[in-house]
Design a protein around this ligand. Structure first.
Ligand SMILES: [Ca+2]
Length: 479
């Protein structure tokens, strides 16, 4: 494992990363959602460090996941959008934790193997499965998943019954319990499939005051919240709550058209680099070290890897040198705090976003945006004074605007170099990962299609595939 080089006396708290799928910034009780109650997240926020300006590094699923595992903006890593595979040349957080002696595990949605369509169990033969990126144990699906899922435990398919969030937390706790009994620190990643579509919640979870699909969507948040209660309770029962860092966040901003506002009054939704697409709820709970408070220090999913490397005193070489996140250790240790210390501590490094043709940089309260990279047109917003990003200051703050425009251009050029492989030892991308494939087109899944066509979560995808095949009867490669 190469742990001989790592300091034996270095701290080894347990780490649990928890990520919702499509939970918007406005969708928690502690932010005052009008009808949704999230008592467990509220309790966690009341005890831990509540990050009010936390950013998913991408405005959709896979990109943010790539940023968690690499500490880099997703466009450097091969994950340009959802359903893109993470380059095998990346250095992964799970591999770093493995090297540090942790039991590493992944539960839930993966979405870093370049497969699209509703989540199916990940194949043992998949060169991009979680085991290839440092996870010893995984119980994983390719993408979003819902009630009664079929999942893959290191390539073996298993069918489960119940709510998807409760299932993966229950399975994660079993694995955690085993690590505890072995006296081994654990690094556990729980990536929910909720509240992503399809929306299906138990009747007792459906939220009154919402119609139909929205009642189910919100019901999935209720079940997810309950599973967070089960996770915290489990850690207490195992006696490891005190020295376990639990980091909760979402993978992108909220959805439009779900009844009540999902983004808490911010501009835009999932898919956009306006705040509503990227700002997400986040809480770090670690009773042994982190005192409760609320901070508006801007932080991001790209900070997770550098923070853990710093906290655990791991060698920096476990990360690629070209990274975008920073260590939040000073924030956790209370060296930076706007509200309490009444002095403005600034984030030294802006947070970059580059998704499709859109790009932005967040430098503390200021955000520069390019809706079309290469257009030469920039917009500048003061996020503190202008929550809805409606007042463009580019002309009225020319010095700062020009400086940030140069920084943004430099960031884009740096990402373009990364995309050519500049950050890798080989100075090139040795293998472009797959992207945009639907699993209905992957040979290993063909034997399951008949049986799966009866399952509600897969029926539509399989029907589409079969209809396309029947329309292309002149194509000899079609089956
Ligand atoms: Ca998502």
């Amino acid at each position: 494992m190469g742990s001989g080089t790592l300091a034996e006396s270095a701290p080894r708290p347990n780490i649990v990363l928890v990520m919702a799928d499509d939970l918007g910034w406005g969708q928690t009780g502690y932010y005052g959602h009008p009808i949704l109650q999230t008592p467990n997240l509220d309790a966690m926020a009341a005890r831990g460090l509540r990050l009010d300006r936390f950013y998913a590094a991408g405005p959709v699923c896979s990109p943010t996941r790539a940023s968690v595992l690499t500490g880099r903006t997703h466009n450097r890593t091969g994950v340009l959008s959802h359903g893109y595979a993470l380059h095998r040349q990346e250095r992964s957080l799970a591999s770093a934790m493995q090297a540090a002696g942790y039991a590493t595990s992944h539960f839930g949605k993966w979405h870093l193997n370049g497969v699209r369509g509703p989540g199916v169990p990940v194949l043992a033969s998949d060169p991009y499965h979680p085991g290839r990126f440092g996870f010893d144990h995984w119980l994983t699906v390719t993408n979003f998943f819902d009630m009664n899922p079929i999942m893959s435990r290191m390539g073996e398919f298993e069918e489960f019954h119940g709510d998807s969030s409760e299932i993966i937390v229950g399975e994660a706790l079993k694995h955690i319990s085993q690590s505890v009994s072995e006296g081994r620190p654990f690094f556990t990643v729980i990536w929910y499939g909720s509240p992503h579509s399809p929306w299906e919640a138990f009747p007792y979870d459906q939220v009154a005051g919402e119609k139909d699909r929205s009642a189910h969507h919100h019901g999935e948040i209720v079940a997810m919240d309950r599973s967070i209660g089960a996770l915290r309770e489990g850690l207490r029962e195992f006696g490891v709550e005190h020295d376990t860092l639990v980091w909760f966040c979402s993978d992108n901003g909220g959805l439009p058209g779900v009844g009540h506002d999902s983004v808490g009054g911010l501009r835009g939704n999932k898919g956009s680099i306006w705040e509503g697409g990227i700002r997400v709820p986040a809480i770090i709970e670690w009773p042994a070290r982190v005192r409760h408070r609320v901070t508006s220090f801007p932080a991001s999913t790209m900070d997770i890897f550098p923070t853990l490397v710093d906290l655990l005193q791991l060698p920096e070489e476990l990360m690629l040198p070209q990274r975008d996140g920073i260590s939040l250790k000073p924030l956790l240790d209370h060296e930076l705090d706007h509200e309490l210390d009444h002095e403005v501590e600034r984030r030294g490094k802006p947070i970059p976003f580059h998704f499709q043709r859109k790009a932005a940089l967040i430098d503390n309260d200021l955000k520069i945006v390019q809706e079309k990279v290469g257009s030469g047109r920039y917009l500048l917003f003061d996020l503190k004074a202008d929550k809805t990003e409606s007042n463009d200051l580019f002309a009225s703050r020319p010095d700062k605007a020009k400086r940030m425009a140069v920084q943004l251009d430099q960031m884009i050029a740096s990402i373009e170099a990364s995309q050519k492989g500049a950050d890798y030892a080989e100075k090139k991308v040795t293998r472009e990962g797959p992207h945009g494939r639907f699993w209905t087109d992957i040979p290993e899944y063909q034997p399951f299609l008949d049986e799966w066509s009866k399952r509600p979560e897969y029926a539509g995808q399989i029907w589409k595939k079969r209809r396309a095949a029947s329309k292309s009867t002149t194509n000899p490669t079609s089956n």
